[in-house]
Structure formats: structure tokens, C-alpha cells
Write a protein that binds this ligand. Structure first.
Ligand code: NAD
Length: 495
């Protein structure tokens, strides 16, 4: 059995822990390797490595840091197939989807190569006679990143390229369910010329996370995961005096107005509902159909679902397995809840034929109509290939539903009415809006994040918010004496 070690100070690190967790190949249903679960002392070793590397990395020239970033970008682009294979093996997503995940991560690396420009300060000459004021942005120190299972490469890539480009050092704690991608990325960055100790990875569970949250030398925490844990992370790390951004769960609605192109809507609902087996925080999980379109739309969606193939991601399938057997069973349990709550199961994904091992964690695409907004099928984040339809009679009723949700990650409107779309982009209490676009993930030079229980903290991931988060501003007021100056004056200078 292979063991996935930590990566500390530029080398593989076993640490002192004797605890491990199994890592599955979800398409085979078997344990493929085990991962170490760090102790508090193991986390401390990683933070120490980051602290010792910080002064030299933060003091390196922009040219030197950008050189390493550019080399990392080239290596990652050239070898993305290797990373995609790791994602498919440990997460289960199909190869094309895994390559898409890497592509979105690469965007952030490319954005981070502009850091000398992005972190530039401002300069005002002669604010008072002979006095200049200017600002600069400096790195924070050792920053902590804690990431979820569903994007084992992309979510870490949302943060560490920007943090490192800005001169910080990093301790990343990836999901223990699919830990190998983080190690591969850290080793690749090292190969690109990153000095030892700038990028460290520790694996683990709550013990490792708590050690990061309470460590005096961790300056900030960037977290992505479920809402209850995000809230815990935000409260704990804030109380420990750290800068925190904690992105949480989601329940994304797609509002379909009667004038929408129903073929485009059906394609989009299927792509956004079942891509990556619905294990995406930007997946569409509720179609809100403004009558009279529901019957026709459901027929079109169900027809497309019939063409989807489910199986081992290394083969040419549309959709892979879920992450664990336990998660698969929890998601399948929502189909029973739907039936108990009086909804109509239009397509049932249990027991579908798969192109893969019988022991894999399979659940086929599922479509449920007439979902009541009291049902847990509607209120819970299911995080699997289950798409609900809620029927409403007006735009206002649909908007009210979206705004009543405790989540506010993403939402989409499908319509041919520009006025309605414009009204929606303003009125929806959600952080990311799609107009005839089902998964409105902003490109790398904007910022990603939701509202309400989908994001705790005031700073989103990557883009300008990422630069802001991983740097702090300093303002300098300077005067170089010249012969005209002098004299005592206790007031503020006025001219
Ligand atoms: P999770 O909350 O279970 O785990 C996330 C991280 O927290 C992991 O590294 C895990 O080891 C750690 N963790 C788990 N339990 C913990 C505890 N009790 N104390 C401290 N740390 C703990 O999330 P997940 O199942 O890995 O990922 C899926 C969730 O992530 C979904 O809710 C999804 O919506 C969310 N997500 C959100 C975004 C976003 O941008 N908002 C992006 C991706 C995923």
C-alpha cells in the first residue's frame, strides 16, 4: 500500500503521526493508497519551514519571483495530462472534466504572473510642501489554505499562485479524500525553481486544521468547503486574529422564464446539473420553471439525460462516480426523501448501467419534479447528480425563492428579455449571476465567491480580491529636508 506523505521544506515528510486515512479509487470502489493525518507537531514543522523561507522569498526581486511563476506555468501546461490522470483516479471525474479543472487553475497562475503590476502602489507628490505620500503592498507571511475534495487541483490553484507570487509562503491542507494532486503541484513548483519551504503541504483532518487555525505564525486562512465547517473556520481563525476568507456550500437555482429558448435551457441544465456528478459548488441543483414551460422543459431535459453515459472516467463517459460509498448512499437517500415528500421522480439514477467496475460508487443522473420548498431535497445541499424542478407562476415568485435561500453562491436566468435579465442581475441576492450561462464562474482576472452562507469574510477568491487578501497595504509619508523648511508647528500641515 502506497502512503501519501506530507511535503515540507522541499521534500517528502512523514512526520510523527501514526494515523492514516484510506484514499479510494471511486470508479473501482477500492482503496488505492493511504494518506498520513498530521499531528499538531507535524503542522508546526510545516509552518516553521514556511517561516524560515519567508524573509528570503519576500525579499526576492519581482523579476526573480515572476521567473519562477512563468516556469511553473509552462511546466503545468505541458504536463497537465499527468495531473488530470491523478484527479480522475482519486476523485473520479472524467478525463475531459479533469482537464477543464486544470485549465481553470492555469488561468489563476497566468493572472499571478502579472503580480508586479497588480501589487503596484500609488504616489502623490507634494501633498504638503515638500512632502510626498506613497503606498506599497507587502506579503503577509505564512498563509494557510484548506481545500475540499471536489476540486483537488483548481481550488488550491485559486490561492497559492497569488499568495506565492506576492511573496508569501504557504502551508496547504488539501482534502484527505484526494490528496495526491496537491503533492504533485508542490513538487512541480519546486521543479520550476521555488526555494525550499515556500510551498508546504500537510495532509490531515480536524487535528491538522485546528493546528493551523491556532498557530501564531499563520497570518491568514483561505478555506473552501461545506458551510458548517466554513462558519467554524471563520469564527475560530478570526478570533485567533487572522485574516480569513471561508467559502462555503451552495444551492444554485436556474430561473427559466417562459420566453427562454428551451433547447438551450435543457442543454445547460443537463451540463450544469450532472457535470462532475453534481459535485460542484456551482452546479445547478434547482430549475425554477415559470409556467407554462415546465412540462415541455422536463421532457427535453429527460430526453437529454437518456443519452448520458456513466462510468470509469478513464473511458469515454459523460459522468463518473461519487467520491465515497457513504456520500453516494447519502445522495441516493434524497430520492427516497423526495418520494416520501410527494415529489415526482422523473428519472431515477439508482441501478443504472455503468461502463465500469460494479463496486464503484455509482449513481446515475436523477430528475425530480414538483419538489416542495419545505422538502430537504430542496433545502439541503445534496452535492450529487440530483436535479430538482420547482414550478412557479411568475418571475417575482421565482426571484423570491432564490432570495429566501440561505445560500448565495451562483444563480442563472434564462430569457430572451434583456429588461428581465437586467432586473435579475440587480435584484438577485447572490454573488455570481449567469445570464443564459448556467455556471457563471468568473474568469481568473475577476474574483470568485458567493454571498450569505456561501462566503464568510469580505474577500472573494483570486482576481483583484485575491491580491488584496494576500497583501497588506502600507502608506509612507516622506519629506526630504530642504533649506526652506523648519520651525515648530503643532497643527496639521495645511499648505
Ligand atoms: P468539507 O467541509 O467536508 O471539507 C473541507 C475541508 O475541511 C477539508 O480539507 C477537510 O479535511 C476539512 N474538514 C472537514 N471536517 C472538518 C472539521 N470538523 N474541522 C475542521 N476541518 C474539517 O467539504 P468537502 O466535502 O470536502 O467539499 C464539498 C463542499 O465544499 C460542498 O459543500 C461544496 O459546496 C463546498 N465547496 C464550495 C466552494 C465555493 O467556492 N464556495 C467550492 C468548492 C466546494
Amino acid at each position: 500500500m502506497t502512503t501519501v506523505d506530507h511535503f515540507v521544506n522541499g521534500a517528502s515528510f512523514a512526520g510523527e503521526s501514526t494515523r492514516t486515512a484510506p484514499v479510494y479509487n471511486p470508479a473501482a470502489g477500492t482503496v488505492s493508497r493511504e494518506v498520513r493525518l498530521a499531528t499538531t507537531a507535524d503542522v508546526d514543522a510545516a509552518v516553521r519551514a514556511g517561516r524560515e523561507a519567508f524573509a528570503e522569498w519576500a525579499g526576492a526581486s519581482w523579476a526573480k519571483r515572476q521567473g519562477v511563476l512563468f516556469t511553473f506555468r509552462e511546466l503545468l501546461n505541458a504536463r497537465k495530462g499527468e495531473l488530470a490522470a491523478i484527479l480522475t483516479n482519486e476523485h473520479g471525474k472524467v478525463t475531459s472534466d479533469a482537464l477543464g479543472e486544470v485549465a481553470r487553475g492555469l488561468e489563476v497562475v497566468e493572472f499571478a504572473t502579472s503580480m508586479p503590476h497588480l501589487a503596484k502602489g500609488e504616489y502623490s507628490e507634494n501633498v504638503s510642501t515638500g512632502v510626498d505620500v506613497y503606498s506599497t503592498r507587502q506579503p503577509l507571511g505564512v498563509v494557510g489554505i484548506i481545500s475540499p475534495f471536489n476540486f483537488p487541483a483548481m481550488v488550491p490553484l485559486w490561492f497559492f499562485p497569488i499568495a506565492i507570487a506576492a511573496g508569501n509562503t504557504v502551508v496547504l491542507k488539501p482534502s484527505e479524500k484526494d490528496p495526491s494532486a496537491a503533492i504533485w503541484l508542490a513538487e512541480l513548483f519546486q521543479e520550476a525553481g521555488l526555494p525550499d519551504g515556500v510551498f508546504n503541504v500537510v495532509h490531515g483532518d480536524k487535528e491538522a486544521v485546528d493546528a493551523l487555525l491556532h498557530h501564531d505564525d499563520i497570518a491568514s486562512i483561505s478555506f473552501v468547503g461545506s458551510t458548517p465547517i466554513a462558519k467554524y473556520i471563520y469564527e475560530t481563525a478570526s478570533a485567533a486574529g487572522k485574516r480569513v476568507q471561508a467559502l462555503g456550500g451552495a444551492k444554485n437555482h436556474m430561473l427559466v422564464l417562459p420566453d427562454a429558448d428551451l433547447d438551450l435551457v435543457a442543454d445547460s441544465a443537463v451540463n450544469a446539473g450532472f457535470g462532475s456528478a453534481g459535485e460542484r459548488c456551482m452546479a445547478i441543483s434547482v430549475v425554477v420553471a415559470v409556467e407554462p414551460v415546465a412540462d415541455e422543459l422536463i421532457e427535453k431535459i429527460a430526453q437529454r439525460m437518456g443519452t448520458l453515459t456513466v462510468g470509469d472516467g478513464t473511458r469515454s463517459c459523460d459522468m463518473g462516480p461519487l467520491i465515497t460509498r457513504q456520500h453516494r448512499d447519502t445522495v441516493a437517500g434524497y430520492i427516497d426523501i423526495a418520494i416520501e415528500d410527494g415529489a415526482t421522480v422523473v428519472v431515477d439514477g439508482r441501478g443504472i448501467d455503468v461502463d465500469g467496475d460494479a463496486d464503484g460508487f455509482w449513481l446515475g443522473p436523477t430528475l425530480i419534479d414538483n419538489v416542495s420548498t419545505d422538502s430537504r431535497v430542496y433545502t439541503d445541499e445534496i452535492f450529487g447528480p440530483v436535479l430538482s424542478v420547482v414550478r412557479v407562476s411568475s418571475y417575482d415568485e421565482g426571484l423570491a425563492l432564490i432570495n429566501a435561500s440561505k445560500y448565495g453562491n451562483g444563480t442563472a436566468i434564462f430569457t430572451n428579455d434583456g429588461g428581465a435579465a437586467r432586473r435579475f442581475q440587480r435584484d438577485a441576492q447572490v454573488g455570481m449571476i449567469g445570464i443564459n450561462v448556467p455556471i457563471p464562474v468568473p474568469v481568473g482576472y475577476f474574483s470568485f465567491g458567493g454571498w450569505k452562507d456561501s462566503l464568510f469574510g469580505d474577500t472573494k477568491a483570486y482576481g483583484p480580491d485575491g491580491v488584496h487578501f494576500f497583501t497588506r497595504q502600507k502608506a509612507i509619508t516622506s519629506r526630504w529636508l530642504d533649506p526652506s523648511h523648519g520651525g515648530v508647528n503643532l497643527g496639521f500641515p495645511q499648505n
